[in-house]
Design a protein around this ligand. Structure first.
Ligand code: GP9
Ligand code: MN
Length: 424
């Protein structure tokens, strides 16, 4: 009830940081494009196979003017995979310890990014080359307040060679999306969910001459090929955005949604990484790339320890939208004095100096468990991580945003939205 939301609000208020004035409002009024980079982990950034870069385009962004790259950014997803990542990005809340929140709690009241921006004149749209019912998106997106959902029914799904496990390959997906994007009223808030780099990372041999890896583990070896294809698709997309004139007035946020290579492939991954994949190293591998391109800004590599919950407050501050009154668990990536605590959904927690993995406290610098006598080094970060997860879960399980009325927010009605098939 409303007393519970008050407790959560107090925690959120106490953890709010002032926006960094060098960034606040620097993208005011601009369009927004999110790209969910399927299963992309940070270890591929800068990686070479046979002397060739796996992701030359993304690598070029690391040092590019206008682009910020976050190299200590982690996914925080649970069993809901892509849909969990979406949930975190839209709401700055944690997904659930069990199941996918978009399956179990799609009917909740949320105060999501599309709804927040609606009252600022934004039109929102989601683009995805799979059918709208997958992950219950057709229901969840109404609760998020998405005006439009361009699902597989809007794309040409007739050519077998254009398809991969869950839908359309990334190149035709982005190509066919451009005219739909151009037709949107501006400013827009949009997201594009890619698919080519999805497990089992197959069906792209004829789409690229990029070599496979040579670990002998087909999943890991093909991953480099599908990641390379996605990288090319992203480059094409950027070029098309430039051509359409949208590029100079659009913030582009690209993030890896979750890991692609599970612990079942540790043996091959130890060859890739040149070291044994211990529990500690596996936690390090949960880094996913985050790029934020803001026209006119300087850009640079940012080392802050961070996770997907931190992106929404970052974006909102860039757009000049204060979200202090909203329930959210992230901290702006550009703010000063960030906590740099990254709670994982499995209870592990990463911080700048220490990480708590499966109950063991490690020193990040050495990768070794720290002496028993110093184990309290992890206690404080673990305690805060637990608190955040507990409060966030309360919001979701008890549908508490029903009782929350942020200043300046106009609630949306999910029934106002419907996503029709264009060719019934
Ligand atoms: C399917 C796509 C992939 O629509 O989002 O889902 P995942 O298996 O990665 O959660
Ligand atoms: Mn995914």
């Amino acid at each position: 009830d409303s007393s519970e939301i008050a407790e959560i609000q107090n925690y959120v208020k106490a953890n709010n940081l002032d926006a960094n004035p060098e960034y606040f409002g620097k993208a005011k009024g601009m369009n927004v494009i999110y790209v969910s980079m399927e299963s992309l982990q940070s270890f591929v950034i800068g990686k070479e196979i046979d002397g060739k870069e796996v992701t030359p385009f993304l690598n070029s962004l690391v040092e590019k003017e206008g682009a910020y790259y976050f190299d200590n950014f982690f996914h925080q997803t649970g069993q809901g995979k892509t849909s969990d990542a979406e949930f975190i990005m839209e709401n700055s809340l944690y997904p659930l310890p069990q199941g996918a929140v978009s399956m179990t709690h799609a009917g909740n009241t949320y105060q999501s990014a599309p709804a927040i921006l609606k009252s600022r004149g934004y039109t929102s749209a989601a683009f995805h080359g799979n059918y709208k019912t997958f992950w219950n998106r057709s229901v969840m997106y109404k609760s998020y307040g998405y005006d439009k959902f361009y699902d597989a029914t809007y794309y040409n799904m007739d050519n077998q060679e254009d398809l991969v496990a869950y839908g359309l390959k990334d190149k035709p997906f982005f190509k066919e999306s451009i005219p739909m994007l151009e037709d949107l009223p501006q400013p827009f808030y949009t997201k594009f969910l890619t698919l080519s780099n999805h497990f089992p990372f197959d069906k792209h041999e004829n789409d690229t001459d990029f070599p496979q890896g040579d670990t002998g583990d087909g999943v890991v070896d093909r991953y480099f090929q599908t990641a390379h294809y996605m990288d090319q698709a992203l480059e094409d997309f950027f070029n098309d955005l430039k051509e359409s004139g949208l590029y100079d007035n659009t913030v582009i946020v690209m993030y890896g949604d979750h890991y692609g290579i599970s612990e079942n492939h540790n043996k091959a991954m130890s060859k890739v990484m040149g070291k044994e994949i211990t529990e500690f190293e596996n936690a390090q591998l949960q880094r996913v790339p985050l790029f934020i391109h803001v026209p006119g800004m300087e850009g640079g590599v940012n080392h802050t320890y961070s996770g997907q919950v931190d992106v929404r407050p970052t974006l909102m501050n860039l757009l000049g939208v204060k979200t202090n009154d909203y329930i959210h668990f992230g901290q702006d990536l550009f703010a000063k004095d960030r906590k740099e605590i990254v709670p994982f959904r499995n209870g592990d927690v990463m911080s700048e100096e220490y990480s708590s993995i499966q109950g063991v406290c490690y020193d990040n610098e050495t990768g070794e468990p720290i002496a028993e006598s110093e184990a309290n080094k992890c206690k404080e970060v673990s305690k805060d991580a637990q608190k955040q997860l507990e409060l966030s879960d309360k919001v979701v399980y008890e549908d508490l945003l029903r009782f929350h009325d942020p200043k300046g927010y106009t609630p949306i009605d999910p029934n106002d939205y419907q996503y029709n098939n264009p060719n019934p």
